[in-house]
Every structure is written in C-alpha cells, then in structure tokens.
Design a binder for this molecule. Sequence first.
Ligand SMILES: [Fe+2]
Ligand SMILES: [Fe+2]
Length: 272
Amino acid sequence: MGELPTLPTIYMKLSHLLNGPDPSIRTISNIISEDPAIAAMVLKIVNSAAYGFRNKIGDLQHAIVILGLNEIKNLVLASSIYKIVKEFKSSSAFDMQAFWKHSIGCAIVARVLAETGNLSSPEDVFTAGLLHDIGKLIHAGYLHEEFAAVMADVAETGSQMSKSEKKILGFDHAQTGGALAEKWGLPRVTINMIAHHHLSYTPDALTKEMAAIHIGNTLCIALRLGSGGEKRVPIVNQKAWEILALKLSDLEYVMQRSTKLFEESLSIMEFE
Ligand SMILES: [Fe+2]
Ligand SMILES: [Fe+2]
C-alpha cells in the first residue's frame, strides 16, 4: 500500500476547494494553471465542436464557467490518471492505450446510463468509470510476474481477468482498485462502485450507481470501446439490470449516444 501512487496534488487541492463554501473561479483557475497540460486540455475542450462557439475562447476563467466545476474536476482526475497510465506505459506488456480507451469508454457509457436512469449524481458515476479498472494498472506496474501469469491464463483459458487474478494472486483488480480509492480518500460511493464493478455476486447494498458501472463496463466491452484485456463479454448481473429499471429502447439510445461521445473525447484526449 505504501508504494501505491498518490493522487496528484492538483486534484486534491481542487476537491478541497470545491467542497468548501464558496469556491471562486479565479482561485480554481490559478490551481489549474499550475499544470499547463491540464490548462491546455480545458481550453481545447471548450473550443471543440461539442460546445459550438464561433469565437475562440482563450481565457481559462471563461472556460471554467462554461464547463462547470464538476466537469473541471473530472477532467483533472482524468488527466491525473492518464499521467499514471503513461508512467507505466514502458514497464509492461499491457496495452496501455487500449486500457485508457476502455476507462474513458466505461466512464462515458456509465454516465449516459446514469443520466438516462435519472440517478442523482452522474458525475460520480463518470469518475468511478474512469477508475474502475485501475487495479489492473497497479498489478501491471507492481506485480510484474503475477500480472504476466494472469494475462497468460486469460489468453489460455478465456476466463474473466478477475477469475484468473483470484487464482494466481488470491485477490482481483476490483479489490486492489477499491483499496487505492480508499487510500486516495475518495467518497465511499466511489470506492464501492470500483470495488464491486463485476458484481459476480449481488451485495446486499446493491445501488443504482454500482449497477451503472457494472452495466457500463459490460456494454463498453461489448461495443469494443478500447480494451481492458478481457477476452469475452462478461455476463450482466440480472439484479443490476432490474435496479436500473431501463427499457430495452433506452439501451439503444445509450449505445448510440455513448459511441458518439466516446469518439469526440478521444479526439480531445489523445494518447501519445
Ligand atoms: Fe474489471
Ligand atoms: Fe473494465
């Protein structure tokens, strides 16, 4: 646990500020300016086709007002994780680009599911989607041999990664991710969404949020938005589908909307 990466200070500062009574746009802008890569991405996003402004926006404070504070917080988290992904890039045989796309993909599908199902906080669902498989990254970065053995086992048997992990490591990436989220001091709902995203059994306290991540992950694999290394589409937990209470026609909308958003996001957050 002591060796696990820490959450970048910029995210911590921003979270702290946004939880406070009256965050000022100027202070937020100052914090974001500390990281030029993040500042540049924020400007790139407001100037993208999705927002449709005719004149170019070059002012960070203006961009923050347009995007909204939650969106800014998510972006900062996404780019923080992206940095961790890039650090691990050279150290393992795992396809980090595909992994990054899978994380973004799951975050987007889960958020669209949350919006369609009228959940109270689609933003939290998005955050958990970005982080849901971060345990795999930790295994790839810190447990090289065991991780290679897991990948070999998945290739050979075609079983779910978590099953191979339990066999070889004695725990799976959902547990590792949950532990990391706990170390990072993320909210309990986020920790639970990460720790339970497979829903291989149905916990007593199954929430709509957990269901959104679980189904978001499954759809993301089915739609092949990136890849987290799974060879097959996992089975959807029936209770999760019931608790979300969506219609089959909603699902069609969710898939179309998510695919479109996914493609737009990739053109903004390119993986170099
Ligand atoms: Fe997973
Ligand atoms: Fe996943």
